[in-house]
Structure formats: structure tokens, C-alpha cells
Design a protein around this ligand. Structure first.
Ligand code: CA
Length: 366
């Protein structure tokens, strides 16, 4: 037999053995999967060019494109470019769009318990949220909650601590909240209402004019960096902290579950790992940009930077407990997530109380 014939026989025998073996299907599938190119779309809830948030989504797509060597191409569309911001979840759920980026509390009307995966008043900060989601069972619960909608969530960003907001009058007691017209969405708005205020729903683009013209008395938005970008420092005088209503709002990458299942294992790993990396990128950028913006706000003599009185915060916290309990009473799905969240937070608080809390108190008293 010539060498060529020997090689052919060898190849044939390998092929025959392979045909008998159970692995031929998966090898062939793997080879096909490795060649397959996915062209996906991602829609976000953010305005076009929105710093840090929209930029984070675009950076995610860029990195996935590089790491997958062009096998997973994601085209990112800002809110309204392809899908209105508040329809992002539905578009991904129906599979008309493969991916979305936003925050779970935007879907509170459809999935009220999703708010625990974003942020709740007097809830956990970014560090606690990360511990709960990645290791404390939070993410598994989140996936269960989204499963009936054919949506798979991944944590992808956190705003860090937000600010209490911009007010055109001082808040010295709970009485000053009575009748206050404030733009504050979600559970924070419900708590404000219980305190006698009037929560107002309003898109980001309308806030500046409404506050400047006195249509509203106060607004929350994000924190110094984004608030300044929106011009809120020119529309009201009193800037209050802390953001009791949003102590660390989590963002999500959401993927249609059928589309997710079509991805080969290596692309899945690239998506998951990049989402975690971008989560850190967004959070770090928020912390960095906010301290820079705060310096400018401090130097502006027109602005008074004020802490909410402690008794006001205590009362808002008590009203938050009543609000959450009432929601849980009316909705078993909400109750289930609330209990898991609360149990984790109790244990986690024991740890932070004797670690970071004490440490920060010492630094503050210097
Ligand atoms: Ca906010």
C-alpha cells in the first residue's frame, strides 16, 4: 500500500469508528457551531448617547464582538430608536429582539417583584446586591421570575448610591413633604405618597423644564454626574442626600431564552463574563464621575447641599416597611422575593454593621 492509501485507510477507519461512536454528532455540531455567525440586536431603555449607561451597553457589544472574533455581532439601539424604552422587556420576551439593557423596576407594572432586583427604598447598596445576586441565591430567583416570559437576566451595571434629589424648598420635617409635588417613580413614589406627598411620573427629558417652571417642587434623578448633565443644578437650589429611595440600582442584560439556547457554550461564556465585567465598569464609572461632579456642585454658591433630617429618614423608613408589607400581602410572588431579599439583607447587615459601617463612622468623626 502506498503512503497515500495508508493515510486514506486510516482516515476511513477513524471515520467509521467515529460513526459508531456517540460523539460524531456533537463534533459535527461543534464544528458547525464554531462557524456560525450570530447577528443580534440589543435595545436599551437609555436615551441615545446617554453617558455611562448607554455607553456601557455599547462597550458590551464591542467587547463581545472582539472576543468572539466576529461570531456574535450585536448592534445596539438606544431607547426609541427601534423600540420605545418601556417596551424593551416585551420585545425581548417575544423574541423580536434578542437582547436588552435597562433596569428591572421598569417592568414593575408587569412583574412587581422585579423591583427587588433593581433597588428598593432603604434596601441594599451595590455591594450587598452583588453578594445577594451572584452568591446569595438572588440571581437564581431572578431567573425563575423571568422564566415564564422567556427572558434570561444577567446583572449588568449599578448606579451606586443615588442622591435624594433637588428641592425648591427645605425639608425640615415630614410636614414639609405634605403636598410636595415630586418626580419620583416606583416604590419610592409610593412611600412619598404615604408621607403626604404627590409623586409625579415624568420622562427624564421633561424634568428640567418642570422643575424650573415650578410644575413640580422637587425631583430625584440619579446622582451628581447625571443630575448636572440634565441641568438640575440650575433648576433648584437645595440638593438633598442620601438617595434613600434608590441606594444602589442594578441594571440588567436580558436575553430571549430561545435565542440564548441557540448560542454555543463558548459564546455563552463570553456573554456572561462580559456582562459581569461591564457591571463593574458601569459601577466604577459612576463612583468616579460622581465625586468629580460633586466637587463642582460644592463650589457653586447658589446650591445648598443638605442631608435629610434623621427623623425624616426614620419616618420614611417606617413608611417603606408598611408599603412593602402591604404589597407582599396582596401579591404572593412579590412576597416570595421580598422574603428572600429580606433574609439575605438581615444576615448581610450583621456583617456590614461591624465592618464597613463602624469603619466609615470612624472616618467621618475625624
Ligand atoms: Ca433615580
Amino acid at each position: 500500500m502506498t503512503v497515500t492509501k495508508q493515510v486514506i485507510m486510516l482516515l476511513l477507519s477513524i471515520l467509521l469508528v467515529a460513526c459508531d461512536g456517540p460523539d460524531i454528532g456533537s463534533d459535527a455540531d461543534k464544528a458547525t457551531a464554531e462557524r456560525r455567525v450570530f447577528n443580534w440586536k440589543m435595545v436599551t431603555t437609555w436615551p441615545p448617547g446617554f453617558p455611562v449607561f448607554q455607553e456601557g451597553a455599547e462597550e458590551f457589544a464591542r467587547r463581545v464582538g472582539v472576543m468572539s472574533n466576529g461570531r456574535l455581532n450585536i448592534r445596539v439601539y438606544a431607547g426609541g430608536e427601534l423600540v420605545p424604552p418601556l417596551q424593551v422587556f416585551d420585545a425581548v420576551s417575544q423574541g423580536t429582539i434578542e437582547m436588552g439593557h435597562g433596569s428591572p423596576y421598569y417592568w414593575a407594572g408587569k412583574v412587581p417583584e422585579a423591583q427587588f432586583f433593581s433597588s428598593v427604598p432603604f434596601g441594599m447598596t451595590a455591594k450587598g446586591m452583588n453578594a445577594w445576586l451572584y452568591y446569595g441565591g438572588g440571581l437564581e430567583l431572578w431567573r425563575e421570575v423571568y422564566a415564564p416570559f422567556n427572558v434570561v437576566p444577567f446583572p449588568m451595571g449599578n448606579t451606586g448610591m443615588q442622591m435624594g434629589g433637588w428641592f425648591n424648598k427645605k425639608i425640615n420635617s415630614l410636614d414639609d413633604i405634605k403636598g410636595l409635588r415630586m418626580r419620583i417613580p416606583g416604590l419610592g413614589g409610593k412611600v412619598l405618597k404615604r408621607a403626604g406627598g404627590n409623586p409625579v411620573l415624568m420622562a427624564g427629558s421633561e424634568i428640567y423644564t418642570a422643575l424650573e417652571r415650578g410644575t413640580i417642587d422637587a425631583t430625584e434623578w440619579v446622582a451628581p454626574f447625571h443630575d448636572q448633565r440634565l441641568g438640575l443644578n440650575r433648576a433648584a437650589k437645595f440638593y438633598y442626600y442620601p438617595g434613600w429611595h434608590e441606594p444602589g440600582t442594578m441594571f440588567e442584560l436580558i436575553i430571549n431564552s430561545n435565542k440564548w439556547n441557540e448560542l454555543p457554550a463558548d459564546l455563552k461564556q463570553i456573554v456572561e463574563t462580559t456582562a459581569t465585567a461591564i457591571s463593574q465598569t458601569i459601577y466604577s464609572q459612576m463612583e468616579y464621575n460622581n465625586q468629580i461632579a460633586l466637587q463642582a456642585i460644592r463650589e457653586d454658591s447658589r446650591i445648598e447641599l443638605l442631608q435629610f433630617p434623621e427623623d425624616v429618614l426614620r419616618e420614611l423608613r417606617a413608611l417603606t416597611a408598611v408599603t412593602l408589607d402591604e404589597e407582599a400581602e396582596a401579591n404572593p410572588a412579590f412576597k416570595r422575593v421580598y422574603e428572600a431579599y429580606r433574609n439575605f439583607r438581615e444576615d448581610y447587615t450583621e456583617w456590614t454593621r461591624l465592618s464597613e459601617d463602624v469603619y466609615q463612622d470612624i472616618l467621618r468623626s475625624e
